[in-house]
Ligand binder design. Structure first.
Ligand code: FMN
Length: 219
């Protein structure tokens, strides 16, 4: 039988299968069930120190932060035992991560904030500025539609601003940042955990991965 043991952070794990941070890893019972099911390790939830890291970067002299770069992600061909180049462009669904952190970091430190990953549409641009970004960075959208994508985007952003009586980008910036909204907790991890905990999948394993282990979702 194949030996699945591996090493991670200096520890020997029984397999490379790790249960990542979720409500399942947030209780002793959940941890015991994951261990019994063969998890090589679990990642405990409730850790987030990006705010602290941002402060340290600013102290070290950073004038601007980009949240977040999306690294090139090649695939592996497990039959050919080779690296398969893969160019996966982003979509607007990836905007959530930069949006949240921009909103949290806005005016927390004296630093410019750039949103990157998932900015495709005029709404995306408006959202990141409302969260507190100084600029909205785009790569995938420009690769997919070409540089001319910028023209309609600019028109749509302007139209939205005109329609909402907003004259300058400065007036928009940060209006929906964590400091500005009536419910700052909406950006907090505790809220995320609460939302996940109330999800029907919380506390049980969904039968999403078929027994052939291909990882293809059935529904
Ligand atoms: C084809 C391609 C090449 C990229 N090259 C670089 C690069 O050389 N250096 C870098 O820091 N990021 C690079 N990126 C990442 C982008 O700058 C950006 O962080 C990422 O694509 C997320 O933004 P998006 O959602 O607008 O695509 C590249 C992305 C793509 C798709």
């Amino acid at each position: 039988m194949a030996d699945l043991r591996t090493r991670y952070l200096g520890m020997e794990l029984r397999s490379p299968l790790v249960a990542s941070s979720s409500p399942l890893t947030g209780t002793l019972d959940g941890l015991r069930r994951l261990e019994a099911a063969g998890a090589g390790a679990v990642v405990l939830p409730y850790f987030s120190s990006l705010t602290n890291l941002a402060g340290q970067l600013v102290e070290a002299g950073a004038d601007g932060l980009v949240l977040f770069n999306r690294f090139y992600q090649p695939d592996l061909d497990i039959e050919a035992m080779a690296v398969r180049p893969a160019l996966t462009l982003s979509s607007s669904t990836e905007l959530g991560l930069p949006l949240r952190w921009i909103a949290i970091l806005h005016r927390r430190h004296r630093v410019s904030l750039a949103a990157s990953s998932g900015v495709h549409t005029a709404s995306d641009v408006l959202k990141v500025v409302l969260a507190g970004a100084d600029v909205a960075m785009m790569t995938s959208a420009l690769l997919r539609y070409g540089p001319d994508h910028l023209r309609p985007l600019e028109v749509q952003v302007r139209d939205w601003m005109d329609g909402h009586g907003v004259q300058t980008v400065d007036q928009l910036r940060g209006r929906l940042s964590q400091r500005s909204v009536p419910d700052p907790a909406a950006f907090e991890r505790a809220n995320y955990i609460k939302t996940l905990a109330s999800h029907p999948a919380s506390g049980r394993v969904l039968p999403e991965v078929p027994s052939d282990g291909t990882g293809t979702r059935s529904g």
